[in-house]
Design a protein around this ligand. Structure first.
Ligand code: FAD
Ligand code: DLZ
Ligand code: SF4
Length: 505
């Protein structure tokens, strides 16, 4: 029998590995199709291959039979590789863990048409069951993360005091919106250190097209083993968690991770367990005075709430979700998204660090790049392609729900209750970007006015029929209605100019 281990299924605690048998071959395939279905960041491809190689070596050292197909020696697709291996081993029995992506699931299940017996089991990673999620939400017009999150708190007992939420409130988000005070300096971060030169050479020899830069391949700084993932997490828990809550939404030039944990890649690769992470944060809250309730709850909500919620939403909504485009947006993505060469300082910083580190934190993804793409009317498929390729933690189940749903409102408000857009006001409040930008954050319709300003009002005006009834944005329309006609005309003109010159901003 062959048991397939996908690149993001590196769960060493899976019950598969509790038995050892010469009848079972664990198969890993680095393959061209998986490495190229989006324009992937070089750090993402390197990180996934490095994690796969390390896990295969671990299983082999434990005495399991392992087949490892390295890039350059494999067929393009997972299916072709599996079929070839099954022929060699003279078996038709294949076991897989539930893939996280619809596309991969369909591809693998289609092998049963070729006389293969495919057995699917759980990846034993996620906390919620998709079936429960479907039962809670399948017939709902909109999803509500908060009600899902409360159910998760109750069912796991995480951050609870009996039947009540710890501290008396379910959600402390209102305390998590501070900007960095002037002069506040962020201490140095901890990074693992792995030599990935050999992997880089294999990727180059296999002609895998990639984006972004790797830095020194002798010092790769994303986790490639569960030990490294735990080191990052524990360092963050000790040094950064106390600041996580207050500054969760803050942004600063040349600070690419702020007080964020950088564990999304390790989590999504299943190198570490999400429930364990939440338990450790809860323990830190109880044991250490400097860990505030808003920091601990705020972090747990991201994992127990948002991450599990997005997975449930994905499996309800696919495959139709890939085609949703509520506003019929069709503008092409400006070419500077692939280079970072724009005068807008907020975009230059956010895109630049994404190309350099395959990472941006949540507010940069939502309120800088995503905000701009929505205001500019970029085709959501181009938006997805960019997010899916550029971030080291991007796998479609958690990328598309955040991008097409949360950020681009392309599902018309199924995931998000309102579009996440802003003018320069918000960006200025939460960052030091505007102080270093050639555009004027204070004006709207001048030649050098911040592009976000005119685009913001134009977005609401042109979409009034779709958004005007939303009670969460009534204030915007009241302000718009009070605006003088001459100001509106000037705003429209400036917005038109920006739409026509997206390439030159
Ligand atoms: P922290 O801020 O330290 O948060 C801790 C953990 O909470 C993260 O590691 C992550 O696992 C989880 N988390 C936080 N927010 C979310 C969320 N909205 N959805 C799911 N999990 C969440 N996250 C991905 O893992 N992969 C993606 O492809 C992805 N694409 C995104 C695209 C857009 C447009 C937006 C707005 C968000 C996206 N996110 C994605 C969510 C979030 O931005 C990242 O999880 C986070 O930035 C990862 O960095 P971190 O580990 O330092 O997170
Ligand atoms: C993202 C990715 C990449 C770049 N390469 C591979 C690979 O070579 N082999 C593999 O098994 N998986 C890879 N992956 C992950 C898959 O494309 C896919 O995104 C996840 O398995 C879906 O959850
Ligand atoms: Fe971004 Fe506008 Fe601020 Fe410049 S002025 S950094 S474009 S929000």
């Amino acid at each position: 029998m062959v048991r397939l281990i996908l690149g993001d299924q590196l769960n060493r605690y899976h019950t598969w590995f509790s038995e050892q048998s010469d009848d079972i071959t664990y198969a890993f395939f680095e393959c061209y199709d998986e490495a190229t279905y989006a324009p992937h960041h070089i750090q993402k491809v390197v990180g996934i291959f490095a994690g796969m190689r390390a896990f295969a070596a671990e299983l082999q050292a434990q005495g399991h039979r392992v087949h490892y197909g390295s890039i350059g020696q494999t067929q393009p697709s997972l299916g072709e590789n599996l079929q070839k291996l099954c022929m060699e081993l003279n078996t038709q029995r294949i076991e897989i863990q539930q893939p996280d992506e619809y596309r991969v699931q369909e591809h693998l299940l289609s092998l049963s048409e070729n006389r293969f017996q495919i057995k699917v089991c759980s990846s034993e990673h996620f906390i919620a069951y998709v079936e429960d999620f479907k039962a809670q939400f399948s017939d709902k017009k909109t999803l509500l993360m908060e009600s899902f999150y409360r159910r998760m708190r109750k069912s796991t007992g995480i951050f609870m005091q009996g039947a009540q939420p710890l501290g008396g409130k379910w959600n402390y988000d209102a305390s998590n919106r501070k900007a960095l005070p002037k002069g506040h300096s962020i201490p140095p971060r901890y990074f693992p250190d792995t030599d990935v030169s050999a992997i880089l050479k294999d990727i180059q020899q296999a002609n895998i097209p990639t984006i972004g830069s790797l830095g020194d391949p002798k010092h790769f700084y994303w986790p490639t083993t569960p030990e490294q993932a735990k080191d990052i997490f524990y360092y963050w828990l000790e040094h950064d968690l106390p600041f996580f809550g207050d500054f969760q939404d803050a942004m600063a030039r040349n600070q690419w991770a702020m007080y964020h944990s950088r564990i999304s890649f390790a989590l999504n690769m299943k190198m570490i367990d999400p429930l364990w992470v939440c338990q450790e944060v809860e323990r830190a809250y109880h044991d250490r005075e400097e860990v505030s309730i808003n920091a601990a709850e705020g972090f747990i909500r991201q994992i127990l709430g948002w991450r599990e919620f997005m997975r449930g939403a994905y499996w309800i909504a696919m495959p139709d979700y890939e085609d949703l485009n509520y506003f019929n947006h069709s503008a092409p993505l400006p070419s500077w998204f692939w280079t970072g060469k724009t005068k807008m300082e907020c975009m230059k910083q956010s895109i630049g660090q994404s190309l350099d580190h395959a990472y941006a934190h949540h507010i940069q993804r939502l309120m800088i790049t995503g905000n701009f793409m929505l205001l500019a009317g970029i085709d959501p498929s181009e938006v997805d392609r960019w997010y899916l390729g550029i971030y080291i933690d991007a796998f479609q189940w958690v990328e598309i729900t955040n991008t097409r749903g949360m950020s681009q409102f392309a599902d018309g408000g199924w995931i998000a209750t309102k579009p996440y857009v802003s003018s320069a006001n918000y960006i200025h409040k939460m960052s030091d970007y505007c102080a270093h930008c050639p555009y004027d954050r204070k004006t709207r319709a001048e030649k050098n006015s911040c592009p976000f300003n005119a685009l913001y009002w134009d977005f609401y005006e042109r979409n009034e029929s779709q958004l005007g009834n939303n009670p969460r944005i009534g204030m915007v329309y009241r302000t718009l209605n009070k605006m003088k006609e001459a100001d509106k005309v000037a705003l429209r003109e400036r917005a038109r100019w920006i739409h026509d010159h997206l390439e030159n901003l």
